[in-house]
Design a protein. Structure first.
Length: 101
């Protein structure tokens, strides 16, 4: 099952939350027009190394089980594209998303 929900960020900006229920795991992501944050399933190393030319803006939070937890969790790793926007490891997901709008 998949669920998509609007998420209102500070300042009234809307992002899109996506929850995909899979056997024994749930994939979580919140996206804006520029980038996204995602649960621990995101392979940041792959994005930075093999897909570097795409300049993907993304961050990864681990140990989250809901979209709300993803928004509140500190980012464990980020892409080089995210770093170029001022996003840092340890930044809360919601704060990183504000830099992605």
């Amino acid at each position: 099952m998949m669920r998509m929900v609007p998420i209102t960020l500070e300042g009234g900006v809307t992002a899109l939350g996506v929850e995909v229920l899979l056997p024994k795991t749930t994939l979580l992501a919140v996206t804006t027009d520029k980038g996204y944050i995602m649960c621990g399933a995101l392979d940041v190393a792959l994005l930075n190394e093999r897909l570097k030319d795409r300049g993907i803006i993304a961050g990864r939070a681990v140990g989250v089980k809901t979209l709300e937890e993803l928004m509140a969790a500190p980012l464990e790793s980020i892409t080089e594209g995210a770093e170029s926007l001022g996003i840092t490891v340890g930044m809360k997901g919601a704060d990183a998303l504000l830099l992605m709008v």
